[in-house]
Design a protein around this ligand. Structure first.
Ligand SMILES: [Zn+2]
Length: 500
């Protein structure tokens, strides 16, 4: 038997941090199953991610096809987007990654599956801090290929301390596994001695998340241009309040001149289309009326873009629910509202029972309040959601004990899916788990910014977006930023940020 030629270690540590969310990400949040599997160690990282659309799974699949490579999986952990990661969680997981890397013996390269927008209690650049710890342990020369989310707020430190970075090119993120797979030949080339020249530039304006969808202009064509020039493009995560928060452009090439030119080409193209990014969506009452005026037949989707738990939203603001009821919406389905107390009460009383309770609205969002009402329990679930769509295809979500409730004492016909665990409603499976087909609804109201489009847009006659104040401001001038880079524009054509 010949000895494997290259020993490649693999680790993943994912968090998208929303500075405006009051709920921290604790170690328990990284350990538990949610939209993705909970913390995994060693061979579990391979077994439990196989077939899932994750960068780590794509990298592993590519590496397994190379008989000259030995994979050493260390650890993979993610938590649902929220407020900053506690020092305890960060230090514990980072220490375990470092210990695993040391215990792995001599390695030739490292693949890291990171997000790029992690903030901890002590670090405004979680990924940069992790890379610094790894470099301190493994030295400056080890090839490190990093995969990042399209929503990364890339720092100089991330660029300096990695050998290469690749980012998702789609939002909804359909190419997570592909991005991981793309990192494999890059890392292999680095192991064999390649050290590409790097160029990196920040874009001088922020793009609200609802305007970042790559199925539309201007983002779609920008990503096509970036790919054509071999450029990595980060759209940025506007929920993070740091000096790194902004879109950015990154290129690797054989010569510095080539890398610089590629970055300039894409940066210039972004500046040229700045006025083309879509503006702030209308309020919910207006959008519900618009949906009700559309012909019966296929559903109309209404996206509550600011209260997306996948961007750190509480998933419990009640403005859209209130508008559905006040405007007398018929055949309306809303998901997923996070309220563990109401979910528990629904399970206690059982299907057919009625509850008089305050539903959700406890996140402290200004102007939001619990929805006081009576509800009939229509269906219950233990909260296992089997993904049907491409984005999370192959996996399943755990939303804990959950219920579908019908709002009573109103002429409106509104059903609400309520969960124990906060989860982004980006797949039809979230409704199917509660015994209802979203295809049969007249209006499907969803707490998601863009990811829902992959699963829900094909079945809809229209997709409308609405603005109910939440943790992901669609009008960035309303977000209470304190730490942005001096002069960065808060939104396309927005006012420049001034440090206090
Ligand atoms: Zn993302």
């Amino acid at each position: 038997m010949t000895r494997p030629k290259h020993r490649i270690a693999i680790a993943g540590f994912q968090h998208e941090t929303n500075s405006f969310s009051p709920t921290p990400a604790t170690l328990a949040d990284f350990e538990m199953d949610d939209s993705w599997p909970g913390l995994m160690r060693g061979p579990e990282v391979i077994a439990r991610t196989r077939g899932i659309n994750l960068a780590v799974a794509g990298f592993i699949l590519a590496a397994e096809a190379d008989a000259d490579v030995e994979i050493l999986p260390i650890l993979w952990a993610s938590a649902e987007p929220s407020g900053p990661v506690t020092d305890h969680a960060f230090d514990t997981i980072a220490a375990e990654i470092l210990a695993g890397l040391k215990a792995a013996g001599p390695i030739d390269g490292l693949f890291l599956d990171l997000h790029g927008a992690m903030i901890t209690e002590s670090h405004d650049d979680g990924e940069g801090a992790l890379l610094a710890m790894i470099r301190e342990t493994l030295g400056p020369d080890l090839p490190i290929a990093v995969s990042l989310d399209l929503h990364a707020n890339i720092s100089d430190q991330m660029v300096d301390l990695s050998t290469s970075i690749a980012l998702f090119r789609t939002y909804p993120h359909l190419d997570m596994a592909d991005t991981g797979a793309r990192c494999f030949p890059q890392l292999l080339a680095q192991i064999e001695g390649a050290r590409p020249c790097k160029a990196f530039a920040n874009v001088p304006f922020l793009i609200p998340l609802h305007a970042q969808c790559t199925d539309m202009a201007p983002m779609g064509p920008l990503y096509a241009l970036a790919e054509q020039h071999g450029v990595e493009l980060a759209a940025g995560f506007t929920g993070g309040d740091t000096r790194h928060t902004s879109p950015s452009v990154l290129a690797y090439a054989d010569t510095q001149e080539e890398a610089d030119r590629a970055v300039a080409t894409v940066s210039d193209a972004m500046l040229a289309v700045e006025p083309a990014f879509i503006g702030t969506p209308p309020p919910p009452e207006e959008v519900v009326r618009q949906a009700m005026a559309m012909p019966m037949g296929t559903p109309v989707i209404i996206a509550d873009v600011e209260d997306n738990p996948g961007g750190g939203g509480s998933s419990d603001t009640t403005g859209l629910l209130r508008a559905l009821v006040s405007e007398g919406a018929q055949g309306a389905l809303l998901g997923v509202l996070h309220d563990a107390d109401v979910a528990k009460a629904a399970h206690d009383i059982g299907v057919g029972g009625t509850l008089a309770m305050d539903l959700a609205g406890r996140s402290g969002c200004e102007g939001d309040a619990p929805f006081e009402g009576r509800f009939q329990v229509m269906a219950l679930s233990d909260g296992r959601v089997v993904y049907e769509g491409v984005m999370y295809g192959g996996g399943e979500a755990q939303i804990g004990p959950s219920a579908r409730l019908k709002v009573l004492d109103t002429a409106a016909d509104v059903h609400v899916v309520v969960s124990t665990i906060r989860n982004q409603c980006l797949d039809r499976g979230y409704f199917r788990a509660l015994g209802v087909n979203p295809e049969d609804a007249r209006i499907v109201a969803i707490k998601s910014t863009v990811h829902f489009r992959e699963a829900f847009e094909p079945m809809a006659q229209a997709v409308l977006t609405t603005r109910v104040p939440g943790a992901l401001a669609s009008d960035l001038s309303q977000a209470p930023y304190r730490n942005l880079r001096q002069g960065v524009r808060m939104g396309p054509d927005g006012s420049a940020f001034e440090r206090a």
